[in-house]
Ligand binder design. Structure first.
Ligand code: SF4
Ligand code: FES
Length: 329
């Protein structure tokens, strides 16, 4: 078990104070004034450190109650503060956690009591609240809208807040790991800076030639149902990054812009209100753009919103092909 820094101070105090006390008595017996002064000062310092660390330790335990199961030891210790209301089946939740000391992943097992309404995210937050507050998870809406809780559950990228944990359990156990297509920050939390940069790079906004329209509109943009249907499914992207994580091409060629950004190119290209024209197609007519896609389809399978980036990319390829002179454009 790893001890906190405060605990180390406490143990140092428990050992150090009696030792210094004995030395002080020895100094008195030997009648050495200099040794007595030094030992008295050290004793005072040790007592202050001991007292302050004790106060902080008590405060930390009150604020973050925990049963003693620490990251990295891989062992579950009976939870002392499990909510009494928690009923249901007891399962093992195996978290793949990066150990910054060994630079390897540890598989840490926790026990969780879950029922058919418990999501993977719910179970992880319970573990964090009642067993090990060092577990890091990112979430916001808890309803499949914000896209921040993507992780890999039993080898498949999913939104933790939308996945029933019992549906993922195999042999009373479920494994949860961070996404691999994004740099890891801590535990299940990955860095989306590069992902957002890819998204930004395709200018995912409506472009109008007359910029004044925006400030002095004279009428609304009108669209038929067919025009709306062309791009609507692609506008449901919540930028969860699961498609990027599932894409085998991104995982082998980081320069490939990826399914999310390409699906957004198609979303704006197919929108009858957008006036960027062929430029959107020219921008992705590259080997790291639309032509990088090998149509494995894993992005569409992973997408929790039914966006179907794989289809969007194939349609982009088709529209790029129409630009060839022999195809009349
Ligand atoms: S296309 Fe789907 S999987 Fe990809 S980021 Fe958007 S919502 Fe997530
Ligand atoms: S917490 Fe918002 S999508 Fe899961």
């Amino acid at each position: 078990m790893r001890a906190s820094r405060l605990t180390v101070f406490m143990y140092a105090g428990i050992i150090g104070v009696p030792v210094l006390f004995i030395l002080m008595v020895a100094g008195l017996l030997l009648n050495n004034a200099y040794a007595l002064d030094v030992i008295s000062m050290l004793l005072l310092l040790a007592l202050v450190l001991f007292g302050v660390s004790g106060i902080f330790e008590v405060y930390a335990h009150r604020r973050y109650p925990r049963s003693g199961n620490k990251a990295g030891n891989g062992e579950f210790i009976e939870n002392k503060v499990q909510p009494k209301s928690r009923q249901g089946k007891e399962i093992s939740v195996v978290l793949k956690r990066f150990n910054s000391t060994t630079k390897e992943f540890d598989r840490v097992t926790y026990k969780a009591r879950v029922d058919d309404r418990t999501t993977v995210l719910g179970a992880l937050l319970d573990i964090k609240d009642y067993q090990d507050n060092t577990v890091s998870v990112r979430c916001n809406c808890r309803m499949g809208i914000c896209g921040s809780c993507g992780m890999v559950v039993n080898g498949k990228p999913m939104l933790a807040c939308e996945t029933s944990i019992l549906s993922a359990v195999k042999n009373d156990s479920v494994e949860v790991a961070p996404m691999t297509g994004h740099p890891l920050l801590k535990d299940m939390v990955t860095d989306f800076a590069d992902f957002f940069e890819r998204h930004r790079s395709v200018e995912p906004t409506l472009y109008r030639k007359d910029a004044r329209e925006k400030y002095a509109p004279t009428e609304e943009y009108k669209q038929s149902q067919e025009e709306l249907d062309k791009f609507l499914p692609y506008s449901y992207c919540i930028m969860c990054g699961l498609c990027l994580d599932a894409c085998p091409v991104v995982n082998s060629n980081p320069n490939f812009i990826g399914p999310q950004a390409l699906s957004q190119v198609y979303r704006y290209h197919a929108d009858s209100r957008d006036q960027r024209g062929k430029k959107r197609l020219f921008d992705v007519d590259t080997i790291d753009g639309a032509w990088g896609c090998e149509f494995s389809g894993s992005c569409s399978k992973a997408c929790p919103k039914g966006v179907d980036p794989a289809a969007a990319i194939q349609m982009l390829k088709g529209d790029i092909m129409k630009l060839l002179p022999e195809n009349g454009e």
